[in-house]
Design a protein around this ligand. Structure first.
Ligand SMILES: *[C@@H]1O[C@H](CO)[C@@H](O)[C@H](O)[C@H]1NC(C)=O
Ligand SMILES: *[C@@H]1O[C@H](CO)[C@@H](O)[C@H](O)[C@H]1NC(C)=O
Length: 354
């Protein structure tokens, strides 16, 4: 009896220690599975470091909840996934095995639930529909196609429906030529009802509407296209009328350099109220992404701040957004929100200032 009791008590102590361990796990603690880590963390091995698996961040801080949502949309920073749709292990939807690279590792739904708030999507005419695809020359192929845009748009619709205080931005590299091709898919997905109209976007460097007003009016989907003509034909904002953006690929990762990509006005053109910072290599490399989501990323945030006429980036776009040695792209987003909201290095410091 006594022996049984002791064993049960010992088991209980172990269970409680396990629970406490999980609850108090810190970034950088050793782990063998994500269950060993705390909320908003996962167990990840940044292999080039040869240091084993550690708890690293897997979720963004929500500045609307932590601080407030009463400032203009352009006073916050949003974690952005580059090629959000190009997901490892996405099954072939064409019946033909895919031969192309990937940029992310979890679903768009997971990305949104982890705090990603802007998605970069490449849209193509394909099979009489609009598809998300990796390609060159503006033409999607069976072996480079990921999925119909409708499927992804429905995931975004479900997220906006379930999270009535959140705003999602779509940044489209847009090769769709079919008349109203995108509009049809936005309609069919149910996303149209969240549409933020171009007429409300600031044309000349003014502040954006308040997030709280965007939430109240339920205009919580911002869509930007790379196709200039669609602003007139379909009411989809031409990205570079409203946003400046640095170079992408390897050119965007040169330490100390932050200059505009060809389509964008110079970074310091303040007639555009939003600033987007790309930070991912020309060819995505999963293994080394964790090393890049570190000092190089936050240094670039400072470089782009100066280049943009002392403006912190609103969008920070990365591949494999969850890979890091600790805080990664989430910490970089906290830095941007900290600087934007209260001039602090971390948005968590803004909370206590009132
Ligand atoms: C989208 O839906 C709206 C209203 O539901 C309708 O007025 C509009 O014509 C539709 N657009 C297209 C291209 O189907
Ligand atoms: C919201 O937070 C910002 C940044 O800390 C602050 O300046 C502003 O006064 C706050 N607004 C309200 C209504 O609390």
């Amino acid at each position: 009896m006594g022996g049984t009791f002791t064993a049960a008590a010992a088991a209980l102590v172990l269970v409680m220690a396990g629970l406490l361990g999980a609850a108090t796990a810190n970034i950088g603690d050793k782990c063998s599975t994500s269950a060993d880590c705390g909320a908003g963390q996962w167990c990840f091995d940044c292999e080039p470091e040869l240091a084993g698996s550690h708890c690293v961040r897997s979720a963004a801080t929500n500045p609307f909840q932590l601080v407030n949502n009463s400032l203009p949309f352009n006073k916050y920073a949003y974690l952005t996934t580059h090629n959000s749709f190009a997901i490892v292990g996405e099954p072939s939807h064409t019946g033909i095995p895919r031969i192309t690279f990937d940029n992310q590792e979890d679903t768009v739904t997971d990305q949104l639930n982890n705090g990603v708030r802007a998605l970069m999507l490449d849209t193509y005419d394909f099979k009489g529909d609009v598809w998300l695809c990796h390609s060159s020359g503006g033409k999607c192929n069976d072996f480079t196609a990921f999925e119909p845009a409708l499927d992804t748009f429905k995931e975004i619709e479900a997220f906006l429906s379930a999270n009535p205080s959140e705003i999602v931005t779509l940044i489209l590299e847009d090769y769709v030529n079919a008349p109203n091709g995108l509009t049809n898919v936005f309609n069919a997905s149910g996303l149209q009802k969240y549409w933020f109209p171009v007429s409300k976007m600031p044309q000349n460097g003014q502040d954006w509407p308040l997030v709280s007003d965007m939430v109240t009016s339920n205009q919580r989907l911002l869509v930007f296209t790379s196709a200039r003509s669609k602003q007139v034909t379909e009411g989809i904002a031409y990205q570079w009328n409203f946003m400046v953006e640095n170079n992408y690929g390897d050119d965007g990762m040169d330490a100390g350099e932050c200059s505009n990509r060809a389509e964008s006005a110079p970074l310091n053109d303040k007639t555009k109220s939003l600033v987007l910072m790309n930070y991912f290599p020309s060819v995505p490399v999963k293994l080394t992404a964790c090393l890049q989501h570190n000092k190089g990323l936050t240094d670039m945030a400072s470089t782009c701040y100066s280049a943009a006429g002392n403006r912190w980036a609103n969008f920070i776009a990365v591949d494999y957004y969850k890979r890091s040695e600790g805080g990664g792209a989430f910490q970089a987003t906290d830095l941007l929100n900290g600087m934007l909201l209260c001039g602090c290095q971390d948005v968590k410091a803004c909370q206590d200032r009132v």
